[in-house]
Ligand binder design. Structure first.
Ligand SMILES: NC(=O)C1=CN([C@@H]2O[C@H](COP(=O)(O)OP(=O)(O)OC[C@H]3O[C@@H](n4cnc5c(N)ncnc54)[C@H](O)[C@@H]3O)[C@@H](O)[C@H]2O)C=CC1
Ligand SMILES: O=C([O-])CC(=O)C(=O)O
Length: 274
């Protein structure tokens, strides 16, 4: 490979090497057309040393606020509490930030204005969901209603603030229990690690206050199940996805694949889907 080709690659940095971040790092290291893994930020470098040592090209290990110096695209793959410290420095430098903890964006929406002012971008992948292309398209007309129902196995919901604060015992459930019904905005506060998908859906469509969601703890399912109904002036559509949990039971395997698909589109010659 010529120096010219190496230097023209888009440099990608990853913040957080958990279930999503490690898969994206591996995909970049194995080769995505026109992209290179340039840097990572981790909380505990020693813990990630074996993984990093297995990569063919060693990325720099940097503090989160320096990722934008080493990359054109910073991918946030950490808990939502870390969203601001990762995204703010990147977009301030005019970089693109891919946000997976999209629920955290609602309380930090000024970052979108900051990105606009600085020439940065915030990219939200479809993640563990489906059909945001259709929702984006329908939103160019009038969407009357968006409803979503999420069912997760017990392990996929444990520790959610809504469950803890309301002292709900989900460990001994024998049948499905509806935990929550309300707006995507309120759901994101109560279940910050569980319903990022509802927030992504809302940002593609009619916003976090009008998008309605039910969250169920369901001991009869083994997958993270999301069903969506959209009523618009252009179309009515129903979508469903049953995600196989990753090693993090809260996170579907498809989430990392969705981010990798988004990254591939940044330089791919053939792009399919909006
Ligand atoms: N948009 C979507 O469709 C979905 C989004 N998610 C969200 O994606 C995010 C990541 O999910 P997972 O990879 O499954 O979580 P994970 O818990 O497996 O990994 C998160 C990693 O971030 C690291 N970390 C924490 N603070 C950090 C900091 N300041 N700097 C660098 N690293 C830091 C942790 O040590 C951990 O390795 C979560 O917020 C999750 O809720 C999950 C599923 C679907
Ligand atoms: O993986 C899933 O099915 C969805 C998820 O955790 C989220 O939206 O945060």
């Amino acid at each position: 490979m010529t120096d010219q080709k190496v230097s023209s690659k888009l440099r990608v940095a990853i913040a957080g090497l958990g279930s999503i971040g490690t898969k994206i790092a591996t995909a970049l290291d194995q080769g995505i057309e026109g992209l290179a893994l340039s840097a990572v930020a981790v909380r505990d470098p020693a813990k990630h040393q074996p993984f990093l040592a297995g990569l063919r090209q060693q990325p720099q290990i940097l503090p989160v606020d320096q990722l934008g110096e080493a990359a054109d695209i910073v991918v946030e793959c950490a808990p939502s509490s870390q969203l601001r410290v990762i995204v703010e420095p990147a977009v301030t430098r005019g970089r693109s930030a891919v946000v997976v903890s999209v629920g955290g964006l609602l309380d930090n929406f000024d970052l979108v204005d900051l990105a606009r002012a600085k020439g940065g971008r915030i990219l939200v992948p479809t993640g563990a969901l489906i059909g945001l292309d259709a929702v984006n398209a329908a939103a160019l007309g009038t969407i009357h209603q968006v409803k979503m129902v999420t069912r997760k196995p017990i392990d996929g919901l444990k520790g959610a603030p809504f469950i803890v604060e309301n002292k709900i015992d989900i460990d001994n459930l024998r049948e499905p229990l509806k935990l929550f019904e309300g707006s995507a905005r309120d759901a994101a506060r109560g279940f910050p690690a569980n319903v990022n998908v509802a927030v992504a859906l809302s940002l593609a469509g009619i916003g976090p206050d009008r998008t309605q969601i039910q969250v169920w703890a369901d001991p009869t399912v083994t997958r993270n199940v999301h069903r969506i109904e959209v009523e618009a002036d252009s179309a009515r559509f129903s979508m469903g996805i049953e995600n196989i949990p990753s090693e993090n039971p809260k996170t579907g395997i498809i989430t990392a694949l969705s981010v990798i698909a988004l990254l591939r589109k940044q330089r791919a010659t053939l792009c399919v889907g909006t």
